[in-house]
Ligand binder design. Structure first.
Ligand code: SAH
Length: 217
C-alpha cells in the first residue's frame, strides 16, 4: 500500500472540510491528516477514502464517517498519555487517529476477523503501542481500568453500566445512544465516586452495539 502526495492532498482538503463542518481542535485535524484512511478500506472504495462518508467493511460493519471520528475524538479532549478505551475497533481507523494523538489506547472488537485485520494494519502503520482485544465490549476491560477516556463507536440502546464504572474521576465517556435507526451522542463526565454529568448532543447513525463475540468461521 502506498501513501502518495495525491492522497496527502486529499486528506488536507478533508481536514478543511471538517473545519468547515465545525471541528476546531487542531490536534484532531492534524491526526486526520496523518492517518492514511485509504489503507483501511476495501480496494473497491479506495478512491473514495477522503470523502466524508462511512463505507462498508467486513462482517456488515462500517468504517465511521471522518466527521463522526473527528467529532467523537474532539469530545474526548484527549491529552498525551491519557489511558483510553475504545469499544468497536472495526477497521481500526478511529483507533489509529487516537494513537497518533499520543494516548495509551486499548481497543475491543467482537468480530474476530475485524480484530485480526485491524491488528495487522496497526503493524503496517507502525502503531505498535495499540493494545487490541477480541472481546465483548459491554463489560469494558476491567483488568486495565480505570480509563481517562472511553469511546464507543457502535450505537447502544443504553449505556453499559460497566463502562461508567471504569472511568477515572473526571474521566469522559462518549457514546451514541438510541435505537437501530438513530442515536444521540452522549458525553458523560464522572464527577466523583457516584455522580456523573450527562450532556446530550447531536444525532448520528451507527451500527448497533451487540452482545457476545463472533469467532472467525
Ligand atoms: N471505530 C470503527 C467503527 C466500526 S463500526 C472504525 O473506525 O472503523 C462499530 C464496530 O463495533 C463494529 O466493528 C462492531 O463489530 C463493533 N461492536 C459492536 N458491538 C460490540 C461489542 N459489544 N464489543 C466490541 N465491539 C463491538
Amino acid at each position: 500500500m502506498e501513501d502518495s502526495n495525491r492522497h496527502k492532498g486529499m486528506r488536507k482538503r478533508l481536514a478543511e472540510k471538517l473545519y468547515e463542518k465545525g471541528i476546531r481542535d487542531e490536534n484532531v485535524l492534524s491526526a486526520i491528516q496523518a492517518i492514511p484512511r485509504h489503507f483501511f478500506l476495501d480496494k473497491a472504495f479506495e478512491e473514495h477514502a477522503y470523502e466524508d462518508k462511512a463505507f462498508p467493511i467486513d462482517e456488515h460493519q462500517t468504517i465511521s464517517q471522518p466527521y463522526t471520528v473527528a467529532y467523537q475524538t474532539e469530545l474526548l479532549q484527549v491529552k498525551k498519555r491519557d489511558k483510553v478505551l475504545e469499544i468497536g475497533t472495526g477497521s481500526g481507523y478511529q483507533s489509529a487517529v487516537l494513537a497518533v494523538l499520543g494516548v495509551r489506547l486499548y481497543t475491543i472488537e467482537r468480530h474476530e476477523l475485524l480484530h485480526q485485520k485491524a491488528k495487522k494494519m496497526f503493524e503496517v502503520l507502525g502503531l505498535l503501542g495499540i493494545r487490541s482485544y477480541f472481546r465483548d465490549g459491554f463489560n469494558g476491560l476491567g483488568e486495565f481500568a480505570p480509563f481517562d477516556k472511553i469511546i464507543v463507536t457502535a450505537g447502544a440502546i443504553e449505556v453499559p453500566p460497566a463502562l461508567k464504572k471504569q472511568l477515572t474521576i473526571g474521566g469522559i465517556l462518549v457514546i451514541p445512544v438510541g435505537d437501530e435507526t438513530h442515536q444521540k451522542m452522549l458525553k458523560i463526565t464522572r464527577l466523583n465516586q457516584s455522580d456523573y454529568q450527562e450532556e446530550i448532543l447531536s444525532n448520528f447513525r451507527f451500527v448497533p452495539l451487540l452482545k457476545g463475540k463472533n469467532s472467525k468461521k
